[in-house]
Design a protein around this ligand. Structure first.
Ligand code: GAR
Length: 199
């Protein structure tokens, strides 16, 4: 089975969905560790299952370069085939990209390239979008700029506020992420063409 390390910063409901899916022996991937950049509530999903966790805080390192190197090392210790950034709210740097580029994916609560950045749901509402959604994409050095792997639409409903809309998007993201990881696990990076695995 494909080994997956998940990175979180918040509640980790997407991570929990992946852990639940991986409980099924027919699912082609295992979550082998969950990491965070802070003492994130999402780490509990792994601790409850006695899975390894790690916390790599920016503030514990002299600078971003050292933090990025430490994060790359912490991830590598679990020998992942895929790394999933699921609500991980920091941009990774060259050490993580060198080690895991083409194997590192991110979920984003909008239909990229629309509404990149940390406030995608708020920005979609402010722009009066009728439809937004979720994107799973490969991570590159930019902010939410890497090649799109899968997307699913979510309509904006009358009376939506940021919280309600984000919860409906997250419900879609959970199945989109579980489905996408299963698809990638059945088609490991080594068999994909270079064009599909940009760094
Ligand atoms: C998800 O909506 C994910 O797409 C988003 O954070 C949420 C995490 O939810 N990620 C980003 O905004 C990354 N820029 P969770 O903590 O409940 O899994």
């Amino acid at each position: 089975r494909t080994r997956v390390v998940v990175l979180v910063s918040g509640t980790g409901s997407l991570c929990a969905a992946l852990l639940d899916a991986a409980d099924d022996p027919a699912y082609p991937a295992d979550v082998v560790a969950v990491g965070a950049d802070r003492e994130a509530p999402g780490l509990e999903h792994a601790r409850r299952r006695d899975l390894p966790t790690f916390v790599c805080r920016l503030g514990d390192h002299p600078d971003r370069v050292a933090w990025d190197r430490a994060l790359a090392g912490a991830i590598a210790a679990h020998r992942p085939d895929l790394v999933v950034s699921a609500g991980f709210m920091k941009l990774v740097g060259p050490a993580v990209l060198d080690a895991f580029g083409g194997r590192l994916l991110n979920t984003h609560p909008a239909l990229l390239p629309a509404f990149p950045g940390a406030h995608a749901v708020r920005d979609a509402l402010a722009a009066g979008a009728a439809v937004t959604g979720s994107t799973v994409h490969w991570v590159d050095a930019g902010m939410d700029t890497g090649p799109v792997i899968a997307q699913r639409e979510v309509p904006v409903l009358p009376g939506d506020d940021e919280g309600r809309l984000h919860e409906r998007i997250k419900a879609v993201e959970r199945t989109l992420l579980v489905d996408t990881v299963a698809r990638l696990a059945a088609d490991p990076p080594s068999t994909r063409t270079p064009r599909e695995t940009p760094r």
